[in-house]
Each structure stands twice: as structure tokens, then as C-alpha cells.
Ligand binder design. Structure first.
Ligand SMILES: CC(=O)SCCNC(=O)CCNC(=O)[C@H](O)C(C)(C)COP(=O)(O)OP(=O)(O)OC[C@H]1O[C@@H](n2cnc3c(N)ncnc32)[C@H](O)[C@@H]1OP(=O)(O)O
Ligand SMILES: O=C([O-])CC(=O)C(=O)O
Length: 375
């Protein structure tokens, strides 16, 4: 029998294809990448190892990991025409639009000549995305042209160094690494499905990823981490959090960072990022945002049986690390690029154009009236 919540509109509960990349809501804590449980990956490996796992099929051995990290480090520079484009984008642009333009522009400069290039293009985007967003942000907000090549082994630490102009603390580097792991892959979510639909027409990698960025931008998907931050930053304390949420629920407002299309009781990524947010709050010295977040979590469960998804505690965690709210969803892009590209490759390897049918609800067949007969 179809779970009511998983039936109906939005293709909910319907299989739209096969994947060997990920399971959501099935085994272990409820999320696996190529068979490995998310909790174990977040505990034991780095984001570069997860990227390798998703893009190349297996976890790397020590030698492969070293070589992969060196390769990515060498791909962090941006071509001058791309920097010139980024310098034209105003400071008040939405950073997700910057990501979309950056990816698309790179597609003009480093076009995928054929599918034999796909793995290299994916690696290039993985290395270049933090450079694109931070180059634009630092130029448009601080007036500096940053050097995007750094010696950081890990992409999370590299991102924080580009953003803040100094090496991150060990704790911040660790949390960024875990965050990138948590966001890397999630089966047939809206943005990944966008990438696969585009791939199914045999389009190029940059087009698939550019489309996926557009889908992730919305507040019902990746944009929820920014919306969650906007919600909690106005809350003074736990009592305020409870009262605000009850009012919003009474007004039938959607609370961003809660609920999920597939999970029914919890999102396994939440407990992990929540734990790191608690540690960051302690270090930050002011735990208000953590406390109000916990009050929101309890209230939403008591009132609606709705739970925090991956985005909710990411808001406080990123804030504690000094990351501006508008860069939250671009970080998601820097991570999910791995899942998107892996899905594009998987789609290409066993492709049939994705073209579902629709249930027609329009008028019965009729004659075209002459112009002077139309009202
Ligand atoms: C990384 C990610 O992309 S995770 C998702 C991030 N998005 C958000 O956090 C946005 C807020 N959440 C939502 O809008 C939804 O929960 C979605 C988009 C994630 C899933 O949507 P759906 O699959 O349609 O949700 P679902 O079928 O479980 O909804 C059941 C009921 O709960 C309500 N509901 C679901 N989420 C919320 C919420 N966050 N706040 C208030 N009510 C909610 C729905 O309106 C629906 O009510 P109804 O039956 O009266 O219409
Ligand atoms: O799976 C979904 O629908 C949304 C989500 O959590 C993700 O993409 O990480």
C-alpha cells in the first residue's frame, strides 16, 4: 500500500529510475552513499574521500587520496575572463545566481568536448566552486581580488581561508568538512533530478550542473538553510521561539528547515550537524541561537510531529563559524556538485531521455475562432 504522505502530486513515492549512488530512508540510519552509512562516513573519512567515492565508485586508498587532493589543489585557479565576469556582478546579487553564472561561464571557457571529459570536468568544478563564490564575495564586499590557490589539503578549510583571509581553527575546518559530507548526495531530490533530466538529453555537464543550481536555490530545497537562519536570528530566547513558532503554525506558515519529502520521522543528517552546532556554540561563547534552535525542534515535534531536516542546524553552525547567511546555500552547491555530477555520469551510462506523460485537464478539442469572433 502507498504511504499517503508519499502518494499524490510531485511524483512522490514513484520510482523515476535506478541509482547505485545512494539510499534515502532505507537502511542503517536512513542514508547511505554507495552502501556506506552517513554517520560512519561523517565520523571516519574526509569530504575528498566522499567525493572520490561518489565520482569514481570506491573510497580511495592512501595513494589515490594524495593524488586526488593534489589534483584538486592544482585546479583551484580561475581563468581571467571568469574573474572579469564575477567582478561585474553586484554585491546585492543573490550568491546562488553568482554560482549559476560562474558555472555557466566556465562552460563557455572550458567546454566539455565529449563525455570522455566528464570526470575531469567534475573535478574541475569541485575545485573551482569555492573559488568562484569567494572571489566574487571578497571582490564585491571587500574590494579585494583574492588569490584562490591555497595549500589547504581539505576543501572545507580552503573555503574558510578564502572567505576570511586566514586559516580556520581546527574545529571550524572539521565542521566544514563534515557539513560537506552531509550535503554531498541525496538520491532523486529536486536538484539532482533536474541534472538527470538535462543529462538525459545528452547535454553537457555544465548545463546539467547550472540547471541543478537553479533548482537548489529555492527555499523548499537548499535555500531552506538561509531561511532557517532568518527565522532563528530574530528569536530572543526559548520562550520567544516557542511563541513565534506557535503563531506561525496557527497562521499556516511553512517553517523552513523542517519536514522532508521522503523521511517520515527524522533526517539522519540532523543529529550529526546538531552535535557540531552544540560544540561550536560552546566555543562561540553565546549559545542563544543553539538554544532557540533546540526549542524550535521540540515545539515543531510537539505541535506537528515535524522534525528538523539537514538544513535547520546548519544555520546556527554556519553562523557560529562567521559565514554570512547568504553564502549558506552556495556551500551546499560546493558539496552537492559531487552528487549531481555522479548522477549525470550514471544517467549517461544507461540513458533514455526522461520524458514522462501528463494528465490533461484542459478544454475538449475545439475549432480555432477567427480573430473578430474572439471576446
Ligand atoms: C536539503 C533539503 O532540501 S531538505 C528540505 C528543505 N526544505 C524545507 O525545509 C522547507 C520546509 N519544508 C517543506 O516545505 C516540506 O516539508 C518539504 C518541501 C521538504 C516536503 O514537502 P512534502 O513532501 O509536500 O511534505 P509532506 O507531504 O510531508 O507534508 C505533510 C504536511 O505537513 C505540512 N508541512 C510539511 N513541512 C512543513 C513545514 N516545514 N512547516 C509547516 N508545515 C509543514 C505540509 O504542509 C503538509 O500539510 P497538509 O497535509 O495540511 O497539506
Ligand atoms: O531529498 C530531498 O528531497 C531533499 C534533501 O534532503 C536533499 O536534497 O538533501
Amino acid at each position: 500500500m502507498v504511504d499517503k504522505a508519499l502518494g499524490g502530486a510531485g511524483l512522490r513515492g514513484q520510482s523515476a529510475g535506478e541509482t547505485a549512488l545512494c539510499t534515502v530512508g532505507k537502511s542503517g540510519t536512513g542514508l547511505t552513499y554507495r552502501g556506506y552509512d552517513i554517520a560512519e562516513l561523517a565520523d571516519k573519512v574526509s569530504f575528498e574521500e566522499v567525493a572520490y567515492l561518489l565520482l569514481k565508485g570506491e573510497l580511495p586508498d592512501a595513494e589515490q587520496l594524495d593524488a586526488y587532493r593534489s589534483k584538486l589543489k592544482n585546479l583551484r585557479g580561475l581563468p581571467q575572463p571568469l574573474k572579469t565576469v564575477l567582478e561585474q556582478i553586484p554585491a546585492d546579487a543573490h550568491p546562488m545566481d553568482v554560482m549559476r553564472t560562474g558555472c555557466s561561464m566556465l562552460g563557455n571557457l572550458e567546454t566539455e568536448a565529449g563525455f570522455q571529459d566528464q570526470a575531469d570536468i567534475a573535478d574541475r568544478l569541485l575545485a573551482a566552486f569555492p573559488s568562484i563564490i569567494c572571489y566574487w564575495y571578497r571582490y564585491s564586499h571587500d574590494g579585494v581580488r583574492i588569490v584562490t590557490e591555497t595549500e589547504d589539503e581539505q576543501i572545507g578549510a580552503h573555503f574558510l581561508r578564502l572567505l576570511h583571509g586566514k586559516a580556520p581553527s581546527e574545529l571550524h575546518a572539521k565542521v566544514m568538512d563534515v557539513s560537506l559530507i552531509l550535503y554531498a548526495e541525496h538520491e532523486f531530490n529536486a536538484s539532482t533530478f533536474t541534472a538527470r533530466v538535462c543529462a538525459s538529453t545528452l547535454s553537457d555537464m555544465h548545463s546539467c550542473i547550472t540547471g541543478a543550481i537553479g533548482s537548489l536555490r529555492g527555499p523548499l530545497h537548499g535555500g531552506a538553510n538561509e531561511a532557517a537562519m532568518e527565522l532563528i536570528e530574530g528569536m530572543q530566547d526559548e520562550q520567544d521561539a516557542i511563541a513565534t513558532l506557535k503563531q506561525k503554525l496557527a497562521d499556516k506558515e511553512k517553517i523552513m528547515g523542517f519536514g522532508h519529502a521522503i523521511y517520515r520521522e527524522s533526517d539522519p543528517r540532523n543529529a550529526i550537524i546538531k552535535g557540531w552546532s552544540a560544540k561550536l556554540a560552546e566555543e562561540f561563547g553565546d549559545d542563544r541561537l543553539y538554544r532557540v534552535s533546540v526549542a524550535c525542534e521540540q515545539t515543531m515535534w510537539e505541535e506537528k510531529k515535524l522534525f528538523c531536516n539537514a538544513d535547520f542546524f546548519h544555520a546556527s553552525a554556519y553562523h557560529f563559524m562567521g559565514i554570512p547567511t547568504k553564502l549558506f546555500t552556495p556551500i551546499f552547491v560546493c558539496s552537492r556538485l559531487t552528487g549531481w555530477a555522479a548522477h549525470v555520469m550514471e544517467q549517461r551510462a544507461n540513458n533514455r531521455i526522461i520524458r514522462p506523460s501528463a494528465d490533461y485537464t484542459g478544454p475538449e478539442p475545439r475549432d480555432v475562432p477567427a480573430l473578430n469572433e474572439r471576446r
